[in-house]
Design a protein around this ligand. Structure first.
Ligand code: PLP
Length: 428
């Protein structure tokens, strides 16, 4: 394939936008090469500026669960835009989408809308701290909760007592309140409770991790977190920015049968517009301004166009819940097909999958946490990524990202993807 126009556009972009992109993973740094620039998208397909088309396996990193330019969402956006794009004054639509979300998710009474997943997680942590009157939080290595300071922390040289910032600009004072644990390892969580009795406000976790590839929780892990939180009067926060309205109507809480105290949303909820949200039971949510003392606000929060898109999206999912099983089945087909092809070769690999999320890691060892996810062979991954791209398949341009399938993907697209994969394997 030829990427001439994209390459020219990337050069221009780099002159006026840091790294040429507005979010780092888009720049292809992990895989090399030039990012493609998109002209339009429809259903399961992306069309770039050079006239190439691709089957899309990232679905805008999750939101486009029903495929691109899904008509009910597009119609809702168009008709709402004609009535004005923002007022900063309440609309009926905000209550309608909140009512629908509260109905779809079994365990929430109230929900507050924000503009991104980052904002949702940042606000949920503030609320948890305000509610418990404690300062520390536990997060897991390799879990991503947006780019606010408290979450940009990783273990410093094997130290597990407290994390070191992994971005300049995050202060040590912030880092000392974020305790790091290992995903799927309850002992590493318990350790912090022993070290910091009555100081931990919340545990925040991706109930199915999707930011170090896809890593499902092992049996007992989430239930174990629930018990530890109950025992220590700590809030359990499920970051369902990825899994919410994707794994089931009620997200991971429903799919995995564990209730959290606060839940954050984003991605699917906005139907492709910038929306995030956090939700929980009344007693906790009423601590938020203007009802309670914990401050949180937003000029464009609950924006009418974004709410119209999200409402159209949730309405469809609520009325057609078979989407979730259908997506899981498509994901299973891809995973099984790839497994069969890989088993004929002598390439070490792991395929992780949960619902409509999956990832392929080029390693022999089971990928269960950040450490094992990091063992993947990145050269193989680069070749794989570009091999598939050149055959018309758009995969996440990093081994640490999950694939997100969308419902527009047909059986024919799946067959095409598997034969592209077979072809790549045979020419490797
Ligand atoms: C994408 C993501 C976020 C951040 O959401 P943004 O809208 O990009 O700010 C937070 N948590 C998880 C689990 C995510 O996947």
């Amino acid at each position: 394939m030829i990427y001439k126009r994209s390459s020219t556009l990337f050069k221009s972009a780099k002159k006026v936008i840091p790294g040429g992109v507005n979010s780092p993973v888009r720049a292809f740094k992990a895989v090399g090469g030039t990012p493609i620039f998109i002209k339009k998208a429809k259903g399961a397909y992306l069309y770039d500026m050079d006239g190439n088309s691709f089957i899309d396996f990232i679905s805008s990193w999750g939101p486009m669960i029903l495929g691109h330019a899904f008509e009910p969402v597009i119609d809702a956006v168009k008709s709402r835009a004609e009535r004005g794009t923002s007022y900063g004054i309440p609309t009926e639509l905000e209550t309608q989408i909140a009512e629908l979300a509260v109905k779809m998710v079994p365990n929430i009474d109230k929900i507050r809308m924000v503009n991104s997943g980052t904002e949702a997680c940042m606000s949920a942590i503030r609320l948890a701290r305000g509610y418990t009157k404690r300062e520390k939080i536990i997060k897991f290595s390799g879990c991503y909760h947006g780019h606010s300071d408290a979450f940009l922390i990783q273990a410093g040289s094997g130290a597990v007592t407290f994390g070191a910032p992994n971005s300049p600009g995050v202060t040590l004072a912030t880092a000392k309140d974020t305790l790091l644990a290992d995903y799927n390892d309850l002992d590493s969580v318990n350790y912090h409770f022993e070290q910091h009795p009555e100081q931990i406000a919340a545990i925040i976790v991706e109930p199915v991790a999707g930011n170090m590839g896809c890593i499902p929780p092992q049996f007992g892990f989430l239930h174990g977190l629930r018990s530890l939180c109950d025992k220590h009067q700590t809030l359990l926060i499920f970051d369902e920015v990825m899994t919410g309205f994707r794994l089931a109507k009620g997200g991971a809480q429903e799919s995995l049968g564990v209730n959290a105290d606060l839940i954050t949303y984003g991605k699917v909820l906005g139907g492709g517009l910038p929306v995030g949200a956090f939700a929980g039971r009344t007693e906790i949510m009423n601590q938020l301004a203007p009802e309670g003392p914990v401050y949180q606000a937003g000029t464009l929060s609950g924006n009418p166009i974004a709410m119209a898109a999200g409402f159209a999206m949730l309405t469809y999912l609520n009325e057609n819940p078979e989407v979730f099983d259908r997506l899981a089945k498509k994901t299973r087909l891809i995973a099984q097909g790839m497994t069969d092809l890989l088993d004929k070769k002598s390439i070490p690999y792991q395929i992780n999958r949960y619902g409509s999320m999956m990832s392929l890691h080029f390693t022999d060892e089971a990928v269960v946490d950040f450490k094992t996810a990091s063992l993947g062979n990145n050269n193989n991954f680069k070749e794989y990524f570009h091999g598939m791209l050149n055959r018309g398949i758009y995969l996440p341009p990093s081994a640490f990202e999950s694939y997100f399938l969308n419902d527009a993907l047909s059986e024919k697209d799946i067959d095409f993807t598997l034969s592209a994969f077979d072809n790549w394997l045979n020419n490797k």
